[in-house]
Unconditional design. Structure first.
Ligand code: BGC
Length: 504
């Protein structure tokens, strides 16, 4: 009896001690050294991009924001990876031609996509810009110029045997969508779903067949967090309390549902099998201090609201924001997903801070841990978390998974950090697959450097560098070759792993 008591006390002391915190957090890679199963031949290997980040400016809410920042000289940030509300970091360092043309993808896409193919990729994820198809308010039909733009890109994809995954909403919307109607703007307008449906329908009518894999929404929760709480993305609002965002989450779920049904019904009518899902930004949220019960509690709460509540709604048809108790059934939503998309970048820490509006803060890395590897945006790198998330997501939903983004900000030409990031993360994905998780594709973020939203052009995510000041010249980084090797070898061989892992 006494012995049992003693074991319990020692166990509890250990559990709450800083030592246990260290032991738990220092697991960087999944501990496995045996052989790993090869990735199947029909797996999609590619890269992901988004319209506003690489294409020339069109009349979107983001374009207006970009122009306004430049005109008002709002170029600041609060440090690496800490965008300042209403600013675009160092935008003023880049000339008009770059601000307008972004990466000049409009002219260089044949070159970019051919390069992707040459380096072994068999697929490509991009987003269709709503404002390119419907640049003006009240248009009954999509612009033929806009339609042509993507037809040409799709042609080049076809020529290069790149299977396409297209996203319908990746943060930017037409500027006219933000004109007030009955006191509401954007996604809150009473006619928002109708307007979005018109765009989705145009996509279905014109591109179905050439596109068979659709992602309705990119990271809806990130969008709401950045746009309505932090004020760093348009519409630049700071509503103060995450609980107030519940109706907006519902609206995003409805937009997903509308798009899903339109695409599926066109697919069925034309007998074209298509896959439709959405993609969620998933981080590991960990307590900053493992011994601190409140840190642990908050980390779980943040994870729930940020990751699972939205996905759960697709499973059940009911949106339940656990943080607030808000619940709403959304008729027609249940099971409107053929797959779950996951975007994974690393881990964040949650620390109780009673002085902050929500009594906690989210930290992008652990300042106490000098050895923690992080990206140039200060985001903690955590490959083991990728494995954990894949396992958990599959366990919860039993849906096929596509990794629609995974990448790291590293601007070096010999981008060692990205090379190790690639082998370590893809190996974690393989381990999860080996244990039964049904992952069907991996899209690296990103093919080329691009406009990183409020971080401006400074954060570099490309396997290929864009030399903005030298006529947008493309320069392949070392990691492009590493990715090719991984694809050729159907995953990360022991050799590749030993050579590239932890070099960063
Ligand atoms: C977004 C991308 C972005 C990337 C890197 C994701 O949250 O979908 O648009 O560039 O992260 O920050």
């Amino acid at each position: 009896m006494w012995l049992l008591f003693l074991i319990l006390v020692v166990g509890l002391v250990f559990f709450f001690s800083p030592i246990s915190f260290r032991i738990r957090k220092n697991i960087f890679l999944t501990n496995y050294s045996g052989p790993i199963k090869e990735i199947p031949d029909n797996f999609l290997w590619g890269c992901a991009t988004a319209a506003q980040q690489i294409e020339s400016q069109t009349p979107t809410d983001w374009t207006i924001f970009e122009k306004k920042c430049y005109a008002e000289k709002k170029f600041e940030s609060l440090g690496a990876g800490k965008p300042k509300a209403g600013h675009i970091h160092r935008l003023g360092d880049y000339p008009l031609v770059v601000r307008q043309k972004k990466t000049n993808f409009d002219e260089l896409y044949p070159q970019d996509l051919t390069l992707a193919r040459k380096y072994g990729q068999n697929s490509y994820r991009f987003s269709l810009d709503w404002a390119r198809l419907f640049p003006k308010k009240g248009m009954k039909k999509p612009s033929s110029q806009g339609l042509d733009y993507y037809h040409k890109i799709l042609e080049v994809c076809k020529k290069n045997k790149l299977t396409v995954s297209a996203t319908l909403f990746h943060f930017a919307t037409p500027a006219w969508f933000w004109e007030e109607l009955d006191g509401k703007r954007g996604w809150e307008r009473n006619d928002a779903l109708e307007l979005f449906a018109q765009f989705v329908e145009a996509v279905a009518v014109n591109y179905l067949g050439d596109i068979r894999h659709f992602c309705t929404l990119n990271e809806p929760i990130v969008y709401l967090y950045q746009g309505y709480l932090e004020g760093v993305f348009p519409p630049l609002e700071r509503r103060g309390d995450p609980q107030k965002l519940a109706p907006l989450v519902v609206r995003m779920l409805e937009a997903h549902k509308v798009a899903y049904h339109i695409l599926k019904s066109y697919g069925e009518r034309r007998n074209i099998p298509i896959e439709v899902g959405f993609t969620q930004h998933m981080r590991r949220f960990e307590p900053y201090r493992n011994w601190h019960a409140l840190d642990r509690f908050s980390a779980k709460a943040v994870e729930q609201v940020f990751e699972w509540d939205f996905c759960d709604a697709l499973k059940t048809g009911v949106y339940h924001m656990h943080m607030s108790g808000f619940q709403q059934e959304i008729p027609g939503l249940k099971d409107t997903w053929d797959y779950l998309g996951i975007n994974y970048y690393g881990r964040f820490y949650v620390k109780t801070n009673l002085l902050k509006p929500f009594a906690f803060e989210v930290l992008p890395h652990d300042v106490r841990n000098k050895r923690e590897r992080k990206s140039e945006l200060g985001w903690a790198i955590y490959p083991h978390g990728f494995y954990l998330i894949l396992k958990e997501a599959y366990e919860r939903y039993k849906k096929p998974i596509y990794i629609l983004e995974n990448g790291v900000a590293d601007s070096a030409d010999d981008d060692k950090l990205r090379q190790s990031f690639l082998v370590e993360h893809i190996r974690e994905m393989q381990l999860a697959m080996q244990e039964g998780v049904d992952v069907r594709g991996y899209f690296h973020w990103s093919l080329i450097d691009n406009f990183e939203w409020a971080e401006g052009f400074e954060a570099r995510f490309g396997l290929v560098k864009v030399d903005y000041m030298n006529n947008f010249k493309r320069i392949a980084r070392k990691s492009l070759q590493v990715y090719k090797k991984i694809i050729q070898e159907k995953g990360v061989s022991q050799e590749l792993f030993q050579y590239y892992s932890q070099q960063g």
